[in-house]
Write a protein that binds this ligand. Structure first.
Ligand SMILES: Nc1ncnc2c1ncn2[C@@H]1O[C@H](COS(=O)(=O)NC(=O)[C@@H](N)CO)[C@@H](O)[C@H]1O
Length: 426
C-alpha cells in the first residue's frame, strides 16, 4: 500500500506505475472517493466541535436561568446529533471503500526495472556456469526419479489429485538435506532460523500483498479465518503486524522454513510433467525487515541475491539472473530479480528463486513500524528471496549431475547432509 498523501501529490506517477504493471486501478476514482471522505470527515468533526461549544452554552444559559435560550441550544444540539448520526455510518462505509481501493494500488517500480509486458520481457543480467553438455543420452528429472524409484506420482494423485507427488528414497532424503543445507548456511550468516505457521489469518495475506488480488491462489480452511500459506513470507509478515520496533533492533534477518501450498489457478496444462509446478512444496525463505532507507534496502536486496547464488554455486548448477520487468513483477515490488537454473532436458533456464524489495509497501499493509533515534516513527522496509525451494530445485540438480551409468553425483556441499553419501543409484 502507498501513502495516501503520496498518491494525492503524485497521481501521475502512481497512474504510470499502474499502467506499467498492467494494473487497472482507477486512481482518479480513488482520489474522488478520498475527497468525499475528507469532506465528510470535516463535516462530522465540525459538528462535534459545535456540539462541544453548545454544551458549554447550555450550561451557561442554565447558570443564568435563561430557560428559553437553554431550550434553543438544546434544540440546536439535537439537530447536530441527528446530522452526525446520519453522516457517521456513511463516513465509515466510504473509509472502508477507500481502504479496499488503496490495497489495489501498486508500488512504484525502481527506474532500473525494465519496462515490459510479461516474463518474455525480463532482462538477463548475469550468467554463471557452462550449460551442461552430456556425452551420453541424458534423461529428464521425471525419468531419472522413476528409474531410481524416487517418486510416486500415481499414488499421490490418488491421495490428493492433480499436481501431487510423493518423494521416495534418496529424493526424499535430498529434499530434507537441501532444506538443512540452506538453513545451515544462512544461520551461519547470522540469519535467525524460524519455522513458521503454514496456516495464517487473512490479515497476514493482506500484509504481504497476496490478498485481495491473489486470493484465488490460496487454499482456505473451511469455516475458519485460516488459509494455507504459499510462502513463509506471509507468516513472517503477519508475525510483526502492528509492532513498533526499536531502531537498534533492526535489521531483523530471518531464514524461514514452511511447507507452501498454492492453487496454481490459471496454469491448467502448464508444466504438468514431474514436479515443476505442484500444489505443495517446501521452501527455505530469506526475509529482511530493515530501516526505511532506499540504499539500505538495495544493499539487502543484493545480499539476499548473493546468498542464493552461493547456495546454487555450491550445488554446482549453471544459472542466470533476470531483472524482472514491470509487467511481470507484481504490484508490491520496487525491484525484483529471478534466478533461473539451467534445465538440460528443457534446454532453457527456468525460475528457481525470486528476490524482491518492497520499500514500505508491505509494512504499510501490515502496519510494521520502528522508532528512530529521534523518536520519530516510520514504516519499515521489507525484502525476501528464496533460499531453496524443493522439489523444483531437484529438477536441475538431478539432471545436471546425472552420470553415464544412470547414477547421480551428489555435490560436495550437500554430502554432509546426506550422511556423506557421494552418489545416488550406485
Ligand atoms: N507451484 C509451485 N511448485 C513448485 N515450486 C514452486 C511453485 N511456486 C513457486 N515455487 C518455487 O518457489 C520459489 C519462490 O516462489 S515465488 O512465488 O516466486 N516467490 C516467493 O514465494 C518469495 N517469498 C520468495 O521465495 C519459486 O522460484 C519456485 O522455485
Amino acid at each position: 500500500m502507498l501513502d495516501l498523501a503520496f498518491i494525492r501529490n503524485n497521481a501521475d506517477t502512481v497512474k504510470e506505475a499502474a499502467r506499467l504493471k498492467n494494473n487497472t486501478i482507477d486512481i482518479d476514482a480513488l482520489l474522488e472517493l478520498d475527497r468525499r471522505v475528507v469532506t465528510l470527515q470535516h463535516e462530522v468533526e465540525e459538528a462535534r466541535a459545535q456540539q462541544n461549544a453548545l454544551s458549554k452554552k447550555i450550561q451557561q444559559a442554565a447558570k443564568e436561568k435563561n430557560v428559553e435560550l437553554r431550550n434553543q441550544y438544546i434544540a440546536e444540539g439535537k439537530q447536530l446529533s441527528e446530522s452526525i448520526k446520519e453522516k457517521e455510518p456513511l463516513l465509515t462505509q466510504l473509509q472502508e471503500e477507500r481502504y479496499q481501493l488503496l490495497l489495489l494500488v501498486p508500488n512504484i517500480p525502481d527506474p532500473s526495472t525494465p519496462v515490459g509486458k510479461d516474463e518474455d520481457d525480463n532482462v538477463p543480467i548475469k550468467y554463471w556456469g557452462e550449460k551442461t553438455q552430456f556425452d551420453f543420452p541424458a534423461l529428464d528429472h521425471y525419468d531419472l526419479m522413476q528409474r531410481l524409484n524416487m517418486v510416486d506420482i500415481e499414488r499421490a494423485v490418488k491421495v490428493a489429485g492433480s499436481r501431487s507427488y510423493a518423494l521416495k528414497g534418496d529424493a526424499a532424503r535430498l529434499e530434507l538435506a537441501l532444506m538443512n543445507f540452506a538453513f545451515d548456511r544462512l544461520a551461519r550468516k547470522g540469519y535467525t532460523p524460524v519455522i513458521v505457521p503454514s496456516m495464517a489469518r487473512d490479515f497476514c495475506f493482506v500484509g504481504n500483498g497476496q490478498f485481495p488480488k491473489g486470493r484465488d491462489q490460496v487454499y482456505e480452511v473451511e469455516g475458519q479465518d485460516l488459509y494455507l500459506v504459499g510462502t513463509a513470507e506471509v507468516s513472517i509478515t503477519g508475525m510483526y503486524k502492528d509492532e513498533i520496533l526499536k531502531a537498534e533492533e533492526l535489521p531483523l534477518t530471518f531464514v524461514g522454513y514452511s511447507p507452501c501450498f498454492r492453487q496454481e489457478a490459471g496454469t491448467y496444462g502448464k508444466d504438468t510433467r514431474g514436479v515443476f509446478r505442484i500444489h505443495q512444496f517446501n521452501k527455505v525463505e530469506q526475509y529482511i525487515i530493515c530501516e526505511a532507507d532506499h540504499e539500505v534496502s538495495v544493499r539487502w536486496f543484493e545480499e539476499l541475491e548473493r546468498n542464493a547464488e552461493e547456495l546454487i554455486q555450491a550445488l554446482e548448477l549453471p544459472y542466470r539472473i533476470v531483472n524482472v520487468c514491470t509487467g511481470d513483477m507484481g504490484d508490491g515490488k520496487v525491484g525484483m530479480h529471478d534466478i533461473e537454473c539451467w534445465i538440460p532436458s528443457e534446454n532453457r533456464y527456468r525460475e528457481t528463486h525470486s528476490c524482491s524489495y518492497f520499500h514500505d509497501w508491505q509494512a504499510r499493509r501490515a502496519n510494521i513500524r520502528y522508532r528512530d533515534a529521534e523518536g520519530k516513527v516510520h514504516f519499515v522496509h521489507t525484502l525476501n528471496n528464496t533460499a531453496i525451494a524443493s522439489p523444483r530445485i531437484l529438477i536441475p540438480l538431478l539432471e545436471t549431475h546425472q552420470q553415464a551409468d544412470g547414477s547421480i553425483r551428489i555435490p560436495e556441499a550437500l554430502r554432509p547432509y546426506m550422511g556423506g553419501q557421494e552418489y545416488i543409484g550406485r
